[in-house]
Ligand binder design. Structure first.
Ligand code: SIN
Length: 517
């Protein structure tokens, strides 16, 4: 069996960044189920938050992050996030990431629920793409082995320790195992689980599913963020219209042309993302419409085209000139706050298994992520993850994993719990959108959980790569639906019509583990 010091699953910013640091310590294998170019990071437009502006402070960034997290962010972890931000940004600059500047200084913009302008961007609205391109160029020039079109189907666990991975070739279904000293899950998010999403086609929740099956603890899966403004046009994919567009002055308008955001929150168009997204739903329902509009027509044409070149071109390709026309928008699935439980050193509850990025739950986002904290989270905790493995390699520390906090396994369903809807990817996406989406209720969540469990049983004997990916989608969806069913309150991004207020007794996490100890 081929053996590597580091096996990294996923090739977004989390995979590439950790790989570039790890290559100085040992052999590195990146396994990616698509190509190195097709990752969720590439779709990140807004940027990276860091308190580097002259009127800003890490304390303000800390407070804004905790406020967005609605009582469930871990303050110690958030403190690390904001304090180490400037150094990690410098690392990216050293790697060659071309952040946008103005008068020789790094340009900073604002996004929802930030009290200062603190979002760094690159290529205008192509921050993710610029970072991804810089890092993947470096990875391709270095001694890192990258295998594309390889789906990891299981983490191999021996005597309680992760020791390798099982894989299937996505083109041939050929199986192969790889042995690794450190196994890193950096597979990104799960937006594809929902009908409308801003995410890339590879975002199917694989890391969470792999970790759960390996008996790692999973947390906060009920907290899923819906972005308020994705392009909504018949036949067009729900392309992200960055919150930075509102940061530069765009106004949300309903069908009558009225600006409505101030009716929902005093920060108006730049209120926290969950509040804006629900405001859109409410306006759309009042007007019996599929969308509202984003109006940037009052900004200078040149500014629109240079600050948002990707959005401008994409809208134009759909016949919308955003300098003159309002953009039809509606919410879409965007970011998974929960994931694999990890400490601030990337360790999971399974020794040898590490994680960072969207698939991890470091606890910094709590119930709702502050915009542009996600790329930052990757850098901060990815760096610490590699520092931890270095200490282990140098025999200064043990490969011990972190203690579990006492989760429960998913509900047991009997094979008699069948349903009439045939299993397909789009059936899952529709079910998740309609029953586990932005506004939830106990009846629908219970029904969704049961349907997902019966689909899981339908797949039990299928072994091809596509079915294995579907298996991951269903497992991740089940974790979301069951967590959302258990949380009988509304908090942050989790909104229940049958429990519409926040309850003090729910200021706690929901954890899952396959075989709780
Ligand atoms: C955006 O550009 O609106 C998305 C940024 C983020 O999700 O952090």
């Amino acid at each position: 069996m081929p053996k590597y010091d580091y096996i990294i699953v996923g090739s977004g910013i989390a995979g590439l960044y950790t790989a570039l640091l790890a290559r100085q310590l040992g052999t590195v294998l990146i396994l990616t189920k698509g190509t190195i170019e097709e990752t969720n990071t590439r779709y990140a437009q807004g940027g990276i938050a860091a308190a580097i502006g002259s009127n800003d402070s890490t304390n303000l960034h800390f407070e804004d992050t905790l406020a967005a997290g609605a009582g469930l962010s871990d303050p110690e972890h958030v403190r690390i996030l904001v304090d180490e931000a400037a150094d990690r940004i410098q690392d990216l600059i050293n790697f060659g990431v071309p952040f946008d500047t103005i008068h020789g200084e790094i340009a900073l913009t604002r996004e929802g629920a930030h009290s200062r302008d603190r979002i760094l961007h690159a290529g205008g609205d192509a921050t993710g793409e610029q970072i991804e391109m810089t890092l993947s160029r470096l990875a391709q020039m270095s001694r890192i082995t990258v295998l594309e079109n390889i789906l990891v189907t299981d983490v191999i666990v021996e005597q309680g320790r992760a020791t390798g991975v099982r894989t299937l070739d996505g083109r041939t279904d050929l199986a192969a195992d790889y042995e690794g000293h450190f196994i890193l899950l950096t597979t990104g998010g799960a937006g594809r689980i929902f009908r409308y999403t801003t995410n890339s086609p590879v975002a199917t929740g694989d890391g969470v599913a792999l970790a759960y099956r390996a008996n790692a603890e999973i947390r906060d899966m009920e907290f899923y963020q819906f972005h308020p403004t994705a392009l909504r046009l018949p036949g067009a994919p729900p392309f992200l219209i960055s919150e930075a567009v509102r940061g530069e002055g765009a106004i949300l308008r309903n069908k009558q042309g009225k600006a409505f955001a101030k009716n929902y929150h005093n920060l108006g168009d730049l209120a926290p993302r969950d509040i804006v997204a629900r405001a859109l739903l409410s306006e759309m329902a009042k007007d019996n419409s599929d969308n509202v509009f984003l109006d940037v027509t009052h900004l200078h044409d040149a500014k629109i085209a240079t600050r948002f070149p990707t959005i401008y071109k994409t809208c134009l390709s759909h016949g919308i000139d955003m300098a003159k026309d309002w953009i039809p928008v509606s919410p879409a699935a965007h970011y998974m706050m929960g994931g694999i439980v990890t400490n601030t050193w990337g360790e999971t509850t399974v020794p040898g298994l590490f994680t960072c990025g969207e698939t991890a739950c470091t606890g910094v986002h709590g119930a709702n992520r502050l915009a542009s904290n996600s790329l930052l989270e990757v850098l901060i905790f990815g760096k610490r993850l590699i520092q931890k493995t270095k200490s282990i390699l140098e025999d200064k520390e043990e490969m011990s994993g972190i203690p579990t906090s006492g989760g429960s396994s998913l509900a047991k369903h009997s094979s008699r719990d069948t349903n009439d809807i045939p299993l397909s990817f789009s059936a899952i996406q529709n079910l998740m959108w309609e029953q586990v989406g932005m506004i939830r209720n106990g009846h629908d969540l219970a029904k969704a959980s049961q349907t997902l469990a019966s689909w899981e049983m339908d797949l039990a004997n299928e072994i091809g790569a596509q079915d294995q990916e579907l298996r991951n989608v269903i497992l991740t969806a089940r974790l979301m639906a069951e967590a959302a069913l258990q949380r009988t309150e509304s908090r942050g991004a989790h909104s229940r019509s049958d429990f519409d207020s926040t309850a003090n007794e729910w200021e706690k996490h929901i954890n899952f583990q396959k075989s709780p100890s």
